[in-house]
Each structure stands twice: as C-alpha cells, then as structure tokens.
Design a protein around this ligand. Structure first.
Ligand SMILES: Nc1nc2c(ncn2[C@@H]2O[C@H](COP(=O)(O)OP(=O)(O)OP(=O)(O)O)[C@@H](O)[C@H]2O)c(=O)[nH]1
Length: 301
C-alpha cells in the first residue's frame, strides 16, 4: 500500500505467479529467474505450491511438499493425480495465513520478488497474495508446440480463462525462443486475419467457425496483456520480461488494487447488512423491539 510505503519507506515485493501447461518450461523458467535475480543482487523468495513436482533445480523458501504428502493424500482420499493435487492445495490453503505472515516478515527487510509455482488452480491463495502485494501472472507457453494455429488457440483460451478468473495483470511468456522465434504469435495476436489465414490453410472448418465466434473475446483478451519472448535455457529476453513485469505492477496499482479494495468493501458491507438483519430477526423472535414485542418471551436478567 502506498501509505504504508510512505510511512515505513519500504517497497513492497512483487509476487510473480507462474502458470503454464505441462512441459511449457515453468521449472526451467523459475530456475532462470532465480539465477538472474541473484545476479542482480535481488534474491527472490520462492514458494512452491506444486505438490506433485518430483525435483526442483532450486531450493524454495517455502515448499508445500514439506507439509503435505501428495501421494498419501491420493491414497487416503482415494483420488487420482488431479484430485490429489487439488486436495493437497486445499489442505495447504488452510495454513496460508501462516505462510503470509512468514513472507511478510521476510519482506520487511529487503526488496524481493516472490515467485510461486503450481500445477492446479489456487484462486484463494492468489487472492490472499494479491490483497497484500502487487501480484502479476506469468503464463508460460511452449512456443515450438504452439506454432500450429489449433494449439495456439487452445493455449490462448486457457490463458484467457485464467485472466478472467484472477483479473490480475498478465504477462504471456513465450518460452523456448532459442528453438523458434515467437514472431508468428505476435503477428497472430496483432492481426486476426493472419491467424484466420493460418487456420484456413489447415482446412479445419469446425475450428474456423469456432474461431469466428471467439474473435471478439480474444481481441479483448489480447488488449489486456503483455507479451515477452524468452529462452529459459539461454536467458535471452529476460530483461524485457522484467520490464513487462514492471508495467504490469503499475497496472496492478492503478486498476486492480482499487477494484480489489472496492470488492472487499462491498463484501464487508454485504456481511454487515446480513449480520444486522440476522440480529434484527433474533431480537424480533426474542420479543425485544419490533412488532413481536411483549409476546411473552422471558429475557435473562
Ligand atoms: N530449448 C529449450 N528447452 C527448454 C526451455 N525451457 C525448458 N525447456 C525444456 O522443456 C522441457 C520441460 O521443461 P520443464 O521446466 O520441466 O517444464 P514444466 O512446465 O516445469 O513441466 P511440468 O513440471 O511437467 O509441468 C525440459 O526438457 C526443458 O529442458 C527453453 O527455453 N529452451
């Protein structure tokens, strides 16, 4: 919060929530981010919220796997892999206020970037973080595997659904640009006709008609995001990524935070009104005030 910053002179750390499809390069990207930030003498504070990840090439500061045994959760609740991940995350969410208080203490000393990775959705955790810190979603894309219009489309739809769910500032990170440049994606996002031409070349009439009906949604989506192309392996494009994160933080301060504060105030008001109504109904039932007054209910002295 600006006022808190002014009082304490402390800059709030930025939270980067890393999301992406399996194999898109999230782990490698986080490893690169971790290394770059250490080089810049801004060591990040890393939270791992992926209970199913087997090996991480870096040491997270807080790791869901230290508290929750994902395989045990699967056995105990008789769940498959996805159910196991979600239930583990739900169990961890109940402890998230403790996690936040640890992060808060660490964040008082240095300017850091919080990184956070997961395989399943965690709207409650994201909102808890976004209430306290400038929070940005980094959506990682496997560029070589997105070069076909159909996979590009499904990836964009998935990203779009996350954007609408979280309402947080977004940076699309086209990874693996050492294999293929993300230029084609930039063209498809800037000019929908070029994308349609690419689709038509595939002669898929179902996808074409789906695309036509989705074009407005996607146009709106593209206007809300920032794009960067990186190679997590070589480190190319990371400076541009940090610039985009900086822009996204400004968007958080200008748009997201006031909206979030409004939503919280509305929730609190609705809660207050509900409680007032419940109290009024209770008083009525007890015969204190209201039209039922004096209907014979004995009040304790
Ligand atoms: N060429 C190239 N390969 C990459 C890059 N980033 C990741 N990879 C490779 O892509 C594969 C998947 O990378 P991971 O970092 O494990 O991907 P992930 O998204 O964490 O995967 P899951 O844990 O399965 O969700 C690995 O073989 C990486 O070496 C990159 O920038 N360039």
């Amino acid at each position: 919060m600006a006022s808190t910053q002014e009082k304490t002179g402390k800059k709030k750390p930025t939270v980067i929530v890393t999301i992406g499809m399996a194999g898109s390069g999230k782990t490698t990207f986080l490893q690169r981010l971790n290394a770059d930030l250490h080089t810049k003498k801004r060591p990040p504070y890393v939270l791992n919220l992926d209970p199913a990840v087997s090996k991480l090439p870096f040491q997270p500061n807080i790791d869901i796997r230290d508290t929750i045994d994902y395989k045990q959760v699967m056995n105990e609740y008789k769940l498959g892999p996805n159910g196991g991940i979600l239930t583990s995350l739900n169990l961890f969410t109940t402890k998230f206020d403790q996690v936040l208080s640890i992060v808060d203490k660490r964040a008082e000393t240095v300017e850091q970037i919080e990184i956070f990775t997961w395989s399943a959705s965690g709207a409650i955790i994201t909102e808890a973080l976004a209430t306290s810190y400038p929070t940005v979603i980094a959506y990682i894309i496997d560029t070589p595997r997105t070069a076909s219009p159909v996979t590009f489309m499904s990836n964009m739809m998935y990203a779009c659904s996350i954007l609408y769910k979280t309402r947080l500032p977004f940076v699309l990170v086209f990874n693996k640009t050492d294999v293929i440049s993300h230029e084609f994606a930039l063209k498809w996002m800037e000019d929908f006709e070029q994308f349609q031409e690419a689709l038509q070349r595939q002669d898929d009439t179902y996808m074409n008609s789906l695309m036509n009906s989705m074009s407005l949604v996607l146009d709106e989506f593209y206007s809300h995001l920032r794009v960067s192309g990186v190679s997590a392996v070589t480190g190319a494009g990371m400076d541009e990524f940090f610039e985009k994160v900086g822009e996204a933080v400004k968007e958080y301060e200008n748009d997201y935070k006031p909206d979030l504060e409004k939503r919280i105030a509305e929730k609190q008001n609705a809660e207050k009104e509900k409680r007032a109504k419940q109290l009024e109904a209770l008083m009525k039932d007890m015969g204190v005030g209201g039209s039922n007054q004096g209907d014979g209910v004995d009040m304790p002295e």
